[in-house]
Design a protein. Structure first.
Lengths: 383, 399
């Protein structure tokens, strides 16, 4: 059967127009104010949360020995090179004596001089004592005046003091000589412990201040990580917790360690808690001191409670909560949160029960009036 | 009974529909252009919405942190936190940079967010995949517009970050996708120089006799350490308590803490009125020109359509058809043409919008304004055509 021309035209026109209208309503429905908002939903689960804390730190040596002279002077020789392993008591270098030996000779001469002076004082004192005794005998027979006896007694007292002074002078010079000898013995730079030379600050010929470090030695078995944890996420940090350490140069391998101590002093400027983390075994090869390390402290698992992914948490009018889905409509429910883990799960202490369905992800900001289109995942996001 | 206009349309429906579609494409372009403009403004607004802040504390006498650089010490937030009416205060840094993505790089706004957890001011308000940042270092939440997917690794300066969450419509005022990373990493990215620069600076400092004195062994180390530290942020985002107004909180901070404070309205003025003002004007100028061109073409099409039928109209007149019927026919036809044009325009604009690299926001009000102006234009254009039709002499058909 063939349709009349006019009727065929009408049908074609109607087809085009209805297609256009269908598209138009689809467009208005999908993008206008009436459009649904695509969301994904999640169910509140009862799960056990194992909180973990993540921080960064640097590898440091627990003990660093800075070896230098106790007196200012010039460095004469230095045998230690960076990387050398040294024994306890090993001589690492020597300071230049400069005029120390001459000073010792002068001191010895000064002592001899003082001893001579002392002998002179002894002679004077012996003579003064004899005179005093003689005059005292004369006075008993009334052959000497009282005054002359007093003069002899005073002479004796003076001579005795002079001898004591000379004696002390010898003692002082002796002590000074000992000090100079000790100083000459201290010219050697000696390793106090066995360890590894990590720095050599000064080369021979340089003048060094008292207390300035010439070489630095560390104990390679005493490496630790000085780790920093943000104070916000440092709850539960304590000594002896197991730690996973990832060195920046060895990102594939995870080293085991434990928290040695949490520092009682926090860093007030960076708002971080400081901890010292020791390796369970000696790291080989030795990581350079100052290398960055990521540390993860694993805390004990908590008993299973209602938990949600942290992506479900929203803030509406200053209140923290979730969009609960009731009859496909969003209802904002304020909640109280507990501990969280590094995988993004948070305990819900109050406000939700296990089995409740809440909005996890949404395409646009939600309001209580939004119409939801619940899907498996949102467009443009690969799994 | 079918109307005269309907019969005429049916008579040459192909031509009519194609004219309508052509017109619709033109209207579609105009609507899209309006969407581009709205999208630009919206970029600025979502930036403010997504920050979650009620007021912004920035360096004194700057328009920071979006329109101008601003720098504040990173411990100032504590004194802001204690001001009356402040519910929450958090440091934030913003840095627009090229983020390495494999062999290429993406232009992005790197946002340093303070540690805390979701709902902390400055954090992305919602995600489309993944989770929020849980570690205080080396994790990132990226906007899908950046092209990153979950699990991707991105490089900012010398550090690598793992993408753990994705957002949508988290963009800077210029439409660059945002990448959220922990504040301490962002401070490092923003203020830490590259290694070469650091080495050169160390050498310069070592050569400077003022800092490298033989008699003061620790001085050089202390100077070098102070050069490498970066205790600055760009702004402090403040959420205020519900019982306070923004002004009540802002004024004491401005007066006693000596910082510049902006509330939401002022920030919007800065973003929309100052930052994107020129480009927005540029677009709106183009939009105006497009609207005029569109109007001229609509008028011309309607006029031509009527002129094509001038002989038929003359016949109608000869047959004694009333003027009202002829006027009705032309008017109805032009209104239907306008309607088809608008429908096609709306459809094309909606389907074209997601193809644009930057956000195109089609507002319903714009569509309604568009619809009524198109119809009005059709009426106006048909008046000219009607005048021509009424003036036609029926005798022309016979001659």
């Amino acid at each position: 059967m063939k349709l009349p021309l006019m009727q065929r035209r009408t049908l074609s026109l109607l087809a085009v127009i209805s297609l256009l209208l269908a598209l138009f309503f689809y467009v208005v429905w999908r993008t206008g104010p009436m459009a649904q908002i695509a969301v994904t939903a999640t169910t509140v689960e009862s799960r056990s949360i194992a909180p973990a804390l993540a921080g960064v730190g640097t590898v440091q040596a627990r003990y660093t020995y800075k070896i230098g002279p106790t007196y200012p002077g010039r460095l004469q020789q230095l045998h230690a090179e960076v990387g050398d392993t040294v024994e306890a008591g090993q001589v690492l270098g020597e300071m230049d004596a400069v005029d120390l030996n001459d000073k010792i000779q002068a001191q010895q001469a000064a002592i001899r001089h003082a001893e001579a002076v002392m002998r002179q004082a002894q002679a004077t004192q012996a003579f003064a004592k004899a005179q005093m005794t003689r005059y005292e005998t004369l006075q008993r027979d009334n052959n000497a005046s009282e005054e002359s006896v007093a003069v002899k007694q005073q002479d004796f007292a003076v001579a005795k003091s002079t001898l004591e002074a000379a004696n002390e002078s010898v003692n002082r010079l002796d002590a000074e000589l000992k000090a100079l000898r000790a100083q000459s013995g201290n010219l050697q730079l000696i390793a106090p412990v066995a360890g590894l030379v990590v720095a050599r600050h000064i080369d021979p010929g340089t003048t060094v201040l008292a207390g300035q470090a010439v070489v630095e030695i560390i104990d390679p078995t005493s490496l630790w990580v000085n780790a920093r944890f943000d104070q916000v996420s440092a709850y539960g940090l304590q000594a002896d917790l197991p730690v996973q350490i990832v060195l920046r140069s060895q990102q594939a391998s995870h080293l085991a360690g434990r928290v040695l101590r949490v520092e009682p002093l926090a860093d007030a400027v960076t708002e971080e808690t400081l901890t010292k983390i020791v390796f369970d075994s000696v790291v080989s090869p030795l990581p350079p001191l100052g290398e960055l390390a990521e540390v993860t402290v694993q805390l004990e698992s908590l008993p299973a409670t209602a938990s949600i992914p942290n992506a479900a948490i929203r803030l509406v009018k200053g209140q923290r909560g979730v969009w609960k889905i009731i009859d496909e409509r969003p209802v904002f429910t304020p909640i109280t949160l507990g501990r969280s883990d590094l995988d993004g799960y948070v305990q819900v202490i109050d406000g939700l029960a296990v089995g409740d369905t809440v909005v996890l992800y949404n395409d646009k900001a939600l309001t209580a009036k939004s119409r939801l289109r619940i899907s498996k995942r949102l467009a443009g996001v690969s799994q | 009974m079918i109307s005269l206009a309907g019969r005429d349309i049916l008579h040459s429906w192909g031509k009519f529909i194609f004219t309508g579609i052509g017109l619709g494409l033109l209207i579609g372009v105009t609507l899209t252009m309006a969407g581009v403009y709205r999208g630009m403004v919206d970029d600025g607004k979502v930036l403010l919405d997504n920050s979650g802040a009620d007021i912004w504390v920035v360096q004194q006498a700057t328009l920071g942190p979006y329109a101008e650089p601003s720098s504040l010490p990173d411990d100032v937030w504590r004194s802001i936190r204690t001001m009356p009416g402040v519910a929450e205060a958090a440091n934030i840094t913003y840095l627009i940079m090229q983020v390495e993505k494999g062999a290429e790089d993406v232009r992005a706004m790197v946002v340093g967010i303070t540690a805390g957890g979701p709902t902390t001011v400055g954090w992305p308000p919602f995600l489309v995949a993944g989770r929020h940042i849980t570690r205080s270092h080396y994790e990132a939440v990226a906007d899908v517009a950046s092209g990153f997917q979950l699990g991707d690794t991105l490089t900012i300066r010398r550090n690598q970050y793992t993408v753990v969450g994705l957002t949508r419509r988290m963009v800077s005022a210029s439409g660059d996708p945002m990448i959220f990373i922990p504040l301490k990493d962002a401070q490092e990215a923003q203020f830490l120089k590259d290694n070469d620069a650091i080495l050169m600076q160390r050498r310069r400092t070592e050569d400077n006799p003022a800092f490298n004195r033989p008699g003061v062994p620790g001085l050089l180390d202390a100077v070098l350490a102070s050069q490498a530290s970066n205790p600055s942020v760009n702004a402090i985002l403040v959420r205020i308590k519900p019982e306070f107004t923004a002004q009540e909180v802002a004024e004491p901070i401005r007066r006693w803490q000596r910082f510049t404070v902006y509330d939401r309205e002022q920030m919007e003025d800065i973003l929309v009125g100052k930052m994107i003002a020129t480009s927005a004007k540029q677009i709106s100028m183009f939009l105006a020109i497009l609207a005029i061109v569109c109007a001229a073409i609509v008028a011309f099409i309607i006029y031509t359509l009527t002129m094509d039928k001038i002989r038929e109209i003359a016949v109608l007149k000869l047959l004694g058809t009333r003027n009202r019927t002829i006027v009705g026919m032309i008017l109805q036809q032009s209104l239907v043409l306008g309607l088809i044009g608008f429908v096609v325009g709306k459809i094309t604009a909606t389907f074209a919008a997601p193809l644009f690299p930057k956000y195109v926001l089609l507002v319903t009000t714009d569509s309604l304004i568009g619809f009524f102006s198109v119809q009005l234009l059709c009426v106006l254009a048909s008046i000219v055509a009607i005048r021509m039709a009424l003036k036609v002499d029926p005798a022309e058909v016979i001659s």
